[in-house]
Design a protein around this ligand. Structure first.
Ligand code: GRF
Length: 223
């Protein structure tokens, strides 16, 4: 089974959704830059190796990223041979990992690293997406799974889920509606990748294989 490393910084509800989805992958490790991250417990209970690497222990972003990349490579257990099948080289899944990466890191994992972002990208990159969506008065909001590139929240979009913004919504109610969709969407995309339905070529361009089931890449508005 293809190997997956998940990176978290916080509560880890997306991690739990991935762990509960019975995916045809081997979770090689769950790593965090925060010692108290709630998701670490879920990983331990599932018998998955965990590792905390505190970014504050490093002199600068580059040094932290280089060490983190080495540790991920260790868990993914792959050679540097870029010609081998992408799935065999494993996948890095960002699930609420609150760090901006250096270009070296995103290049190293190009085409092998996904993120889930709580907005319909390219709208609302960065933080506080739900409040910003409310402030703009958008009527449809949601979440996106995308490949990670050097530019924050800007890699190719793999799948999206949309939800309506309701009249009485506040940041919390809207965030909860989006999060429910995140928990369905992320496992769906990782499963598609693991089963070879979502192929990512050597140029880090995603391709959905065969007759595409629109439900794989689009979840329609759902209250
Ligand atoms: C989610 O909203 C996700 O979209 C964003 O960070 C949050 C992580 O939540 N990238 P959790 O730790 O998975 O509960």
């Amino acid at each position: 089974m293809p190997r997956v490393v998940v990176l978290i910084s916080g509560r880890g509800s997306n991690l739990s959704a991935l762990l509960e989805a019975n995916l045809p992958v081997h979770f090689a490790a769950v790593m965090s830059n925060k010692a108290g991250a709630g998701g670490l417990l879920a990983a331990e209970q599932a018998g998955i190796p965990t590792e905390v690497i505190n970014h504050k222990d490093f002199e600068g972003r580059e040094a932290f990223d280089r060490f983190l990349a080495q540790r991920i490579d260790h868990y993914l257990d792959v050679s540097g041979d870029v010609s081998i099948d992408a799935r065999k080289r494993g996948l890095v899944v960002l699930a609420g990992f609150m760090r901006i990466f250096s270009p070296h890191f995103t290049k190293h994992f190009a085409g092998r690293m996904m993120n889930i972002h709580p907005s319909l990208l390219p709208a609302f990159t960065g933080l506080h997406t739900h409040q910003r969506a409310l402030d703009e008065g958008v009527k449809i909001h949601g979440c996106s799974v995308h490949l990670v590139t050097a530019e924050l929240d800007h890699g190719p979009i793999l799948a999206q889920a949309a939800v309506p913004v309701l009249i009485n919504d506040d940041e919390n109610t809207l965030a909860a509606r989006v999060l429910r969709q995140e928990h369905q969407l992320y496992p769906r995309v990782v499963r598609a990748w693991a089963e070879g339905k979502l192929r990512i070529d050597e140029n880090a361009v995603p391709h959905w294989e065969g007759p595409q089931d629109p439900n794989l890449s689009l979840q329609n508005p759902a209250p």
